[in-house]
Design a protein around this ligand. Structure first.
Ligand SMILES: [Zn+2]
Length: 71
């Protein structure tokens, strides 16, 4: 079942676009201790792995169809 419900809640939306289809990304997992987060495409479901750099900015590290590469 796809989770394509748009609630209009801006806090759930994070800036980012799918590198595959260009759709917006939704937060899937956030780990502030490790400086990592995973966003998921709301259309094709591709996971985007972000890493925090030294300046505190999120940078895309990789993208994959499975969400558990960083576990
Ligand atoms: Zn996509």
């Amino acid at each position: 079942m796809a989770t394509g419900v748009f609630s209009g809640n801006e806090s759930r939306k994070h800036k980012g676009q799918c590198i595959d289809c260009g759709e917006i990304l939704e937060l899937y997992m956030l780990d502030l201790k490790k400086g990592r987060r995973i966003l998921q495409c709301t259309r094709c479901g591709l996971y985007h792995f972000y890493k925090k750099d030294l300046l505190g900015k999120w940078k895309l590290a990789k993208a994959a169809k499975v969400p558990d590469l960083w576990r």
